[in-house]
Design a protein around this ligand. Structure first.
Ligand code: ASP
Ligand code: MG
Length: 456
């Protein structure tokens, strides 16, 4: 069994779906489980629709019409009886919008947003059937079982594995038994409530199926030739990595490379299932293999630049050392406010963290910290992460800018550097004034280069 995943860009219009068919026909005769994301930018559109529904804003129906038109056009180009495929789903969506939304926003989201994937898989499955590629369509909500952490479902592996194995051991006679189509990103709780797995979660869905089915390999089909050593949209002369380790893939994904959803690798690694990232535009090219360490080639430096970061340096107001209780308070606040730390470093009297610059959250954090702590900050910074770093790559990326904090392990370096000044807004300090405390003595801008710290 091989597990494939096709993302939104690979099914963004009728021509793309025809291309998917071509790729699948290259594998005809092999057992395949194929996971689809919502078409194009449908998930964004459905998020807006959810907001309107929750506010009981009538604009919801206009937004639904747009989503319907987009799918209908694609379906009509591909199918002789497009309505038969799409109308049951749109009728269900319309009924849902006419009813009161649930109180919990996240649960409303998980009722509505999965329709992107349901539509996409239904249209592709019907088109493949019509065009002679027999297949069966399974509803992933009956197979991927999670808890009720809406929008971020935690997979219940035993139940999920049991259900997937049983669905695939059913005797489906004829060629339809070989090709199974299902949706990424969605599952449900044991109580039958729909639950999504987090944005871009279809990669993870594919890994769940690959794990449960002991797949021979998994392939993610993308609009890039494979895993690149940097974002080709931002850097020139990027190179494709031909073989990398699971660990490399996890690190790159975690630090923000938008190659693969970070949760995808672990289930594959546990069963040593090879993961390929290949181009859906050039499906015969080899792509990137993510697998076991022995087989990697020489290490090409890979890097990720996260712009728009803030470096906070937090120290106790009473000049005490920063100790466990202080850290406990700080971490508690961060967790409570849903702020993710991109990098942290501790010294005797201060604790530094680098976080995304989200002014509203930042203001709340600063105001909550201002009781016990003195906080200094640098905004307009970016976080540079280089895996398999060398001096040349460091110099190129730092480009003579001021490095405010640096952390090195054997394989990875992370640096917080001042953002290029051309991007610097005239005065961002205003947006960072804590809500309750005056800015002046609290938020002194910090300059210079703090001490380095070796972490490994
Ligand atoms: N359609 C979902 C999203 O756009 C899931 C995915 O694409 O992986 O986030
Ligand atoms: Mg998507």
């Amino acid at each position: 069994m091989k597990v494939f995943k096709f993302g939104g860009a690979s099914v963004k219009d009728a021509a793309s779906v025809v291309n998917v068919r071509k790729i699948l026909s290259m594998y005809q005769g092999e057992p395949l489980c194929v996971i689809f994301s919502a078409m194009g930018k449908t998930t964004n559109a459905l998020e807006k629709l959810t907001e309107a529904w929750v506010k009981q804003d009538m604009v919801a129906f206009e937004l639904l019409d747009e989503v319907e038109k987009f799918h209908q056009l694609i379906a009509e180009e591909l199918l002789s009886d497009a309505h038969k495929t799409t109308q049951p789903l749109f009728a269900e969506l319309r009924r849902m919008l006419q009813a009161e939304p649930p109180v919990l926003y996240d649960s409303a989201y998980d009722m509505l947003v999965p329709f992107g994937e349901l539509l996409s898989a239904a249209i592709v499955s019907a088109y493949l059937k019509q065009d002679g590629l027999y297949n069966r369509l399974l509803d992933a909500r009956n197979l991927v079982i999670t808890d009720e952490s809406f929008r971020n479902g935690r997979v219940q592996w035993d139940e999920t594995t049991k259900r997937i194995v049983s669905a695939f051991s059913e005797n489906v006679s004829g060629p339809a038994g070989l090709l199974t189509i299902t949706q990424g990103f969605i599952g449900s709780s044991l109580n039958g409530h729909p639950v999504t797995l987090g944005r871009e979660g279809s990669d993870f869905s594919a890994a769940i199926f690959a794990f449960a089915l002991d797949a021979k390999e998994m392939i993610i089909w993308k609009d890039v030739p494979g895993v690149m050593n940097a974002d080709p949209h931002l850097f020139r002369n990027t190179v494709k990595l031909s073989r990398i380790t699971y660990r490399d893939a996890i690190e790159l994904a975690y630090f923000g490379a938008s190659v693969i959803h970070p949760k995808t690798i672990q289930p594959l690694q546990n069963k040593s299932i090879p993961l390929w990232v290949k181009s859906f535009e050039h499906p015969k090219e080899t792509g990137t293999l993510i697998h076991v360490p022995e087989k990697t080639d020489k290490h090409i430096p890979s890097f990720i630049v996260k712009p728009n970061q803030v470096l906070l340096s937090i120290s106790p107001k009473d000049f005490s050392f920063i100790a466990e209780d202080g850290l406990h308070t700080i971490f508690g606040l961060l967790a409570h406010m849903g702020i993710r730390i991109n990098l942290m470093q501790n010294s005797a009297i201060s604790f530094s963290i680098c976080i995304d610059n989200q002014p509203e959250k930042l203001n709340r954090l600063l105001s909550a910290l201002s009781g016990d702590f003195r906080v200094k900050y640098n905004d307009n910074t970016e976080l540079v992460t280089i895996r398999y770093y060398d001096q040349k790559t460091i110099d190129q990326l730092v480009n003579k800018r001021n490095v405010l904090l640096e952390q090195k392990s054997r394989l990875t370096i992370q640096m917080i550097v001042e953002q290029q000044s051309k991007n610097k807004p005239a005065d961002t300090a205003e947006t960072l004034v804590p809500v309750e405390e005056p800015a002046a003595d609290q938020l002194v801008k910090k300059r210079g280069r703090p001490p380095k710290q070796k972490t490994e």
